[in-house]
Ligand binder design. Structure first.
Ligand code: A2P
Length: 291
């Protein structure tokens, strides 16, 4: 069950930091002023949690949109992510400073390792991830990062990090939507005090056209996109829906006046695979992009 009443309601991270329960995603949101106006529009629509990444190339405009919004910086929860080419202790510290500069802020609310280093990339993947994480811990202790976590980590990657880390990852951001829920990883993270966030909670396309989902959504007088956002929330997952359209941004936040019943939750969880990005961490898709 989800008892949240608005996208501004928060979930508490293990270190006490409060994170708004729905965020606004900016992957593939272009530059040229588009990201800036989208972020401003999202904040006007009520979002207080914005998710970007160094590799999205739009951190500068995300920062501008936040400043343009007229809402105080401390009322916005800003997440960005460390890229695979910046692995290692020194490079990680430099990457934090680069993102701070691009965002035009003196702290990041949540900083995530974007993709794990995996065996396909290096036999020393555990040590490489540990050195990156040491940079995260030191930037956190220096007050530059309010919370730290990972993204696209499977259980074995997190367990390997636990062997080395002083501060455990607080968040794991995963692909999560009807048709691709990674239920075992999500449950394992939640049972271990790690908040799960959903990237592509709307399944970027195919999911929104699915007739079975549309039929469930119609029962509640909602759209399939709203059903997807609500589905994440009722799984205890923080969704990060993206839209460049202000009407859809607002619609995606209008998910607090209905509850998906148990039978429908089970039916959605049991759906065959749909809309999967095909990006498996073990295949190192991000490293392939970076080559
Ligand atoms: P648009 O920007 O034109 O709204 P995800 O967050 O799963 O990656 O999905 C993002 C995609 O879903 C974008 O292509 C976005 O397009 C589209 N989208 C977002 N919200 C809605 C909505 N409420 N209805 C239909 N499509 C949507």
């Amino acid at each position: 069950m989800n008892t949240k009443k608005s996208i501004r309601d928060t979930v508490t991270l293990p270190n006490g930091v409060e994170i708004p329960c729905v965020g606004y995603g900016t992957w593939q949101t272009p530059g040229g002023g588009v990201t800036r106006s989208c972020v401003k529009a999202a904040i006007a629509a009520g979002y207080r949690h914005i998710d970007t990444a160094y590799i999205y190339g739009n951190e500068d405009e995300v920062g501008e949109g936040v400043r343009d919004s007229g809402v105080a910086r401390e009322e916005i929860f800003l997440t960005t992510k460390h890229w695979v080419t910046d692995r290692g202790y020194e490079k990680t510290l430099a990457a934090v400073d680069t993102s701070l500069k691009l965002l035009g802020t003196d702290y990041i609310d949540l900083y995530l390792v974007h993709w794990p280093c995996v065996a396909k990339v290096s036999p020393d993947w555990k040590e490489i991830n540990a050195e990156t994480w040491r940079g995260f811990e030191d930037a956190y202790k220096a007050g530059k990062l309010r919370a730290i976590g990972v993204s696209n980590y499977q259980q074995k990657h997190i367990e390997a990090l636990w062997e080395y880390c002083e501060i455990k990852p607080m968040v794991n951001q995963l692909e999560f939507h009807p048709g691709y829920t990674q239920a075992d990883t999500v449950r394992w993270c939640q049972n271990n005090g790690i908040l799960v966030e959903a990237w592509s909670p709307l399944g970027s396309g195919a999911v929104l056209k699915n007739e079975a989902l549309a039929a469930i959504a119609a029962k509640y007088g909602k759209t399939t996109a709203q059903l997807c956002v609500r589905f994440a929330l009722q799984n205890g997952v923080v969704p990060l829906p993206k839209s460049t359209n202000p009407t859809r941004m607002a619609a995606n936040a209008d998910v607090f006046d209905f509850t998906i019943d148990e039978a429908d939750m089970a039916a959605i969880l049991a759906m065959p695979q749909l809309g999967f990005s095909t990006w498996l961490p073990e295949d190192a898709p991000a490293d392939a992009l970076a080559e």
